[in-house]
Ligand binder design. Sequence first.
Ligand code: SF4
Length: 277
Amino acid sequence: MKIVQVGDRTEITVHQSFLGSHFMCPKKARDEAERPEGSSPSSESAIGTAMHAACEADMYGLDEDTIQEALVDAYRVEIEHPGFMERMGHDEALSTALACYKAWQRDLKPRVRNPDMLEHKFRLHVDTRGDVDLFIGGMWDLTSDGEVVDWKTASSMYAYRQWQVDRWFVQPTMYTWALAIITDNWGPKRFHYGIVEKSARPTGHWVTTTRNAQDWMFLKEQIWSLVGTWALPPALNDQGWHCSAKWCDSWSVCKGAPRAIEIVGVAAGLVLAGGPD
Ligand code: SF4
């Protein structure tokens, strides 16, 4: 979430990655937003980013050598990030990314006809309340059929079931909302995840979900409720897989800190005057 003062008005821009983190743990999301370098990539996310770059280079119609260069370049950018979390050797990670791209090419690409916009950045005004203007932002791939696609890697068969993607995932809600604004067509919109399973022999499959105006309006209220609490210390949520040294950049200064309760209490502005006898 970015907050910028423009004259006497405040502009707030929210991205889906921030919201995804916020719904896991508000403190995790706040720390990522305030850290200049953002969240730290890991070997797993670098594989996903590298595969993503190769898929897009492929959809641009580039030759095989250039596609593989795009894959390696994207991986290198990730590992140079100051907080990079290396969990496997670079050779293994790169060969996994390449195998995932090949699976994408074989299993997923045939269903993507004529991509219209690749890596297209958007920032759209969605609402105004008082002197605050609210924007949503992101980067997407659009097909010529007017549908949004995104590519993901998963360590085993995609962990989420269809009903979970339908009910919980924020990215499809935000991106189909953006599509409704851009096209001024407020009917239901579809979002497609092309998912490559990372295994000895990667395979790709599709998960498609639909969002409508009710979903977009609910997301708008969720964002405003978050804006309303921004001046307060963020809530801490350790109830999930995300709260671990492996997945949370703030672990060492939060739940994993030697004096976690004291450190978190100070961060939250709490002063403990004394405890029970
Ligand atoms: S360590 Fe847990 S509670 Fe603390 S910021 Fe990370 S996810 Fe949230």
